[in-house]
Design a protein. Structure first.
Length: 192
């Protein structure tokens, strides 16, 4: 295990309660994933695997933190916590070493293989065609609107229904009818 003397200094300068926490976590991280590089990033000790952040440690006035980066992130245990494991005030606040080791090894495997966790797609709520908008569209504009991709239809509907004042909504309906009649998407000005 090669260590960075800056991390030794960081731990030595940390509050007395944090020193055993940081020392324990540093050893556990190296034992779980041999061959990591140590560095300082954002003023905190970090552990790198193949040039990518795996984990970071931090010491504050009243607590320490362990942060797993990238796809190894875990949700905070408490609302006011820092990092994935909340505010760590003593070694007893840490999950069991076996659990941390398994999480670190799984994160390292994903980093090494370039595998990312699939993200859940957040479905946007359906917006029904407003009566005033539907009535304002000539047949050719309505046909163009219906042929747009769902995301482009959603943009128009969101723009119109998002108007706060009736005057603004009326202007948007008229503008949308004109643009759709010309075969233009909502953000046509920004397309190349």
């Amino acid at each position: 295990m090669t260590t960075d003397p800056r991390i030794d200094a960081y731990i030595a300068e940390a509050a007395p309660f944090a020193q055993p926490i940081l020392t324990h976590l540093r050893g556990l991280i190296h034992a779980a994933v041999p061959g990591l590089d140590e560095t300082i990033k954002w003023g905190m000790p970090h552990f790198m695997l193949g040039g990518k952040n795996l984990a970071g440690l931090a010491a504050f006035k009243a607590h320490a933190a362990l942060v797993l980066h990238g796809e190894g992130r875990v949700s905070a245990k408490d609302e006011d916590g820092m990092g994935g494991y909340g505010k760590i005030r003593s070694l007893e606040d840490l999950p069991p070493d076996t659990e941390l080791t398994a999480t670190l090894q799984a994160s390292a495997a994903r980093l090494a293989n370039g595998v990312k966790k699939p993200r859940e797609a957040k479905a946007k709520p359906e917006i029904a065609m407003p009566n005033d908008f539907g009535a304002a569209l000539p047949a050719d504009a309505r046909a163009f609107f219906d042929g747009l991709a769902p995301s482009h239809r959603y943009e128009y509907l969101e723009w119109i229904t998002g108007a706060k004042r009736p005057e603004t909504r009326a202007k948007r309906v008229a503008q949308a009818a004109e643009w759709l009649g010309e075969g233009k998407r909502l953000n046509w000005k920004y397309e190349r």
